[in-house]
Design a protein around this ligand. Structure first.
Ligand code: RFL
Ligand code: PHB
Length: 396
């Protein structure tokens, strides 16, 4: 049996786990990461693209933003389309200069993994954590498997950064938290295509056929999404149908969508989920392990990084001042932003997705919101500040 001793045992090498490990290292706190999947699998997993200002600032502070700043694209505004009519929300003017950056999640994961391993960090791939025990004592352990052999991490604290399907949440004592969730009756079909983006900034569109989003990854790669029926199969969406539908839904006067070879295609269900207690004694959950939001506001990865900030604050307080105070307040500190993101993601989702008959009462409320954003700087400002991400001071 392999036994590893460390200060913080981290489960999951997604954005949350990797960011936590780097940030702890910056404060001289040791950690070991276990990752269920292979390095290739994790780095090929196509997901987020929108990084908030806070997230980029954190990676700059951690010295992990060289490639992000070189290859990521800073955006100063976003387009909203409604029934073919387009408006632009300018971030700089409405948020005092805060922006978003488009940079693929798998690139973030690659940069953080490379830097962690290059710095001699411990990270075991294909090493699933099987159980978390003794977190109600000062000596928790994580049982895991590696190369067919059982292993144990003995640590001071366990950080479950293991995503929505991980073991972290299942390990919390029953009745120690309340769950909140909504399942939306639609999903997103997402594609990556070898074609220059048709818009320099993102376009979110409501159309009577459903929602569409134009995003991008580079000057040669576009990322696009379509609202599809719940339970829809990728096989029903040949490339021509996807381009046709994107073109119709995103269409606006004087603008046309360029198409190209599609090299990634997948369908994601849309749901909101969260728990109101993300910790128990010496076990802490961060990121998707504790909450998920529909991707319409681009918040999931950013929330994961914000959770990590609060957990690092608590752990630093413990190791520097021998105080559990910051750790005890971890959930309380993280929850305010999580609820804000739940609300904003729900707002964006219900504003842009087709939920009822075109022309119905629900549709008219959506249109009334869009018309109000168009003419009210105050309304546009609340959207812009949520979209680029509120500063940490906003939640104190
Ligand atoms: P992850 O990324 O799921 O990582 C968890 C890791 O834990 C591993 N794991 C285990 N390891 C060891 N032992 C076990 N027992 C384990 N169980 C699980 C898993 O293999 C995995 O590697 O969670 P994390 O780190 O919390 O990060 C969260 C983000 O991945 C997620 O919120 C975002 O991708 C959401 N999201 C977006 N977020 C944004 O901020 N901006 C966006 O633009 C954005 N777009 C999106 C998105 C998510 C999408 N999908 C596919 C859900 C677009 C889409 C389509
Ligand atoms: C993406 O580029 O993948 C992306 C951008 C904005 C969103 C969701 C996803 O709201």
């Amino acid at each position: 049996m392999k036994t590893i001793k460390t200060q913080v045992g981290i489960i999951g090498a997604g954005p949350a786990g990797l960011t936590l490990a780097h940030w702890l290292k910056k404060h001289g706190i040791e950690s070991v990461i276990l990752e269920h999947r292979s390095r290739e699998y994790v780095q090929a997993r196509v997901r987020a693209g929108l990084l908030e200002q806070n997230t980029v600032d954190i990676y700059k502070y951690l010295g992990l933003a060289d490639r992000l700043l070189r290859e990521g694209q800073e955006h100063h505004g976003v387009y909203f389309n409604f029934d073919g009519q387009r408006i632009r929300i300018p971030f700089g003017e409405l948020t005092g200069g805060r922006n978003i950056t488009i940079y693929g999640q798998q690139e973030v994961v690659k940069d953080l993994t490379d830097a962690w391993l290059a710095g001699g960090g411990a990270l075991y791939f294909e090493a699933p954590a099987l159980s978390i025990e003794g977190f109600d004592t000062a000596h928790p352990i994580i049982q895991f498997e590696y190369e067919g052999e059982p292993g144990v991490i003995e640590c001071d604290f366990v950080a479950a950064c293991d995503g929505f399907h991980g073991i972290g949440r299942k390990s919390l004592p029953k009745n120690s938290f309340q769950e909140y969730s909504i399942t939306y009756p639609f999903g997103w079909l997402g594609i990556l295509a070898q074609v220059a983006p048709s818009s320099e900034e993102l376009v979110y569109a409501y159309h009577e056929n459903g929602f569409a989003l134009h995003s991008l990854r580079s000057s040669k790669v576009s990322r696009l999404y379509l609202q599809v029926e719940d339970g829809e199969q990728v096989e029903n969406w040949p490339d021509e149908r996807i381009w046709e539908e994107l073109s119709v839904r995103l269409g606006t006067e004087g603008w046309s969508l360029q198409s190209g070879p599609i090299f990634e295609k997948s369908i994601t269900p849309m749901r909101s989920y969260m728990i109101d207690n993300m910790q128990s004694e010496r076990l802490f959950l961060t990121g998707d392990a504790a909450h998920i939001v529909p991707p319409t506001g681009g918040k999931g990865l950013n929330l994961a990084v914000a959770d990590v900030k609060h957990l690092v604050d608590g752990l630093v307080d413990f190791y520097q001042n021998n105080s559990m105070r910051g750790l005890e307040d971890y959930t309380k500190n993280a929850l305010k932003r999580i609820w804000r993101a739940q609300d904003f993601s729900n707002f964006m989702t219900t504003l842009f997705h087709k939920q009822a008959e075109h022309g119905s009462y629900t549709y008219r409320l959506q249109k009334a919101k869009f018309d109000y954003i168009r003419c009210s700087k105050a309304y546009a400002t609340t959207i812009a500040e949520n979209y680029v991400g509120l500063p940490f001071e906003a939640f104190i």
